[in-house]
Write a protein that binds this ligand. Structure first.
Ligand SMILES: *Cc1c(COP(=O)(O)O)cnc(C)c1O
Length: 380
């Protein structure tokens, strides 16, 4: 295992990977820097965002959800495929093509990143293999069917907790074996450098749009921006739009049972140093959340850095709080959110702030069976 100095966020980040992956990470980093400097790459991404993905997404005032406050929802649920993940998948697919890679491997938890990956692979004619834990396949059946319909091969991962952690390890193992032909399309701002930085840049379109939109609607910046944190990509994307506005509070909301930032310790997971759920010996602990997308014992290194520096604050929401917000948003606004951003909604409405922007990272269709089963004991 080697550690490089590139791509660090303070003491977090880096590259904790086998030697065989270093050339691929360097190639990716070079390709990414060249692409960023290439006007045609930016123009192609912009064209795809507007004509294929459905950007810009709207900013919706949720008046009935939070009476007495002005809570705006940044509507990534309306993006093609139903979540923010497509912003990242489209960008990495265009990058993979530039690098001459015709095969994509990806991991998925909730299935949303698998669907986004399968979608862009269909769009660009790339071979697609998605690793997914068996437990997540059970919870997210419709997304498994979507991926297969889109032409992807879904490989079940049947060891450990059979969720995202093991799926990620399998995807990395595949990549190590097939690194010449294959791009690893990572689904969040995690992993070895340059992935955290690359994914944050591709998701920062959310924050740029949201900042412009809230200024147009209110003539001022929000007091707070709130987003759920699994690996942290939708949150880092919306936070980046407001990082240079110190008067705007940045609030990340973790699942109470998967609070890598609130309850974690410094450690290495999936190629980077960050804040992870682990015991005293550094053994990675299991995460627990009703939302598959937050059920991950690690988090992107930039969030650990933002936590330590005090620029962002991180809080938690329980399964019950998220379910209540899920039901309430449906009934008051006619919007069924994914269970992941329901955690952000739960904290946003009791936050000590009047004007708030919430990252609504995805829609709830995928979660209906799970959420209804959990709500039903109340008779609600
Ligand atoms: C995957 C997912 C998340 C969690 O991932 P982040 O990288 O933390 O954004 C959150 N919301 C939705 C809708 C998702 O699909």
């Amino acid at each position: 295992m080697t550690e490089a100095r590139v791509g660090s966020f303070g003491v977090y980040g880096g590259r904790f990977v086998p030697e065989t992956l270093i050339p691929a990470l360097e190639e990716l980093e070079r390709g990414w820097r060249e692409a960023l400097a290439d006007e045609r790459f930016r123009a192609e991404l912009h064209e795809l965002a507007t004509t294929y993905a459905g950007r810009p997404t709207p900013l919706t005032l949720a008046e009935r959800f939070a009476p007495g406050k002005r809570i705006y929802l940044k509507r990534e649920d309306l993006l093609h495929t139903g979540a923010h993940k497509l912003n990242n998948a489209l960008g990495q697919a265009v990058l993979a093509r530039r690098l001459g890679k015709r095969r994509i491997v990806a991991e998925t938890g909730a299935g949303q990143h698998g669907v986004a990956s399968a979608t862009v692979c269909a769009r660009f004619g790339l071979q697609c293999v998605v690793y997914m834990g068996e437990e997540d396949m059970r919870r997210q059946r419709p997304n498994v069917e979507r991926m297969r319909l889109l032409g992807a091969e879904v490989r079940a991962v049947d060891f450990g907790t059979r969720t995202l952690k093991e799926a990620t390890s399998e995807a990395i193992r595949d990549w190590i074996t097939n690194v010449e032909t294959t791009h690893y399309l990572i689904g969040s701002c995690v992993g070895p450098a340059p992935y955290p930085e690359l994914v944050a840049e591709l998701q920062s379109v959310i924050g740029r749009e949201a900042r412009e939109q809230v200024l147009a609607a209110e003539g001022r910046l929000p007091e707070a921006v709130v987003a759920c944190v699994g690996g942290g990509s939708n949150a880092i994307g919306i936070f980046h739009g407001f990082l240079d506005d110190p008067e705007v509070r940045l609030v990340g909301v973790e699942a109470a049972g998967a609070a890598s930032l609130r309850s974690g310790r410094t450690g290495v997971l999936h190629g980077a140093r960050s804040s992870v759920l682990a015991d005293e010996d550094g053994q990675i602990a299991d995460a627990h959340s009703i939302s598959a997308g937050l059920d991950y014992p690690g988090v992107g290194p930039e969030h650990a850095y933002l936590r330590d520096s005090g620029r962002a604050e991180y809080v938690t929401a329980t399964d019950e709080e998220a379910l209540a917000a899920f039901r309430d948003l449906a009934r008051t606004e006619g919007i069924i959110p994914a269970l992941e951003p329901a955690h952000a909604l739960a904290r946003a409405r009791d936050l000590d702030a009047e004007l708030v922007v919430v990252g609504l990272s995805g829609r709830g269709d995928k979660d209906l069976a799970e959420a209804l089963a959990a709500l039903r004991p109340d008779g609600k």
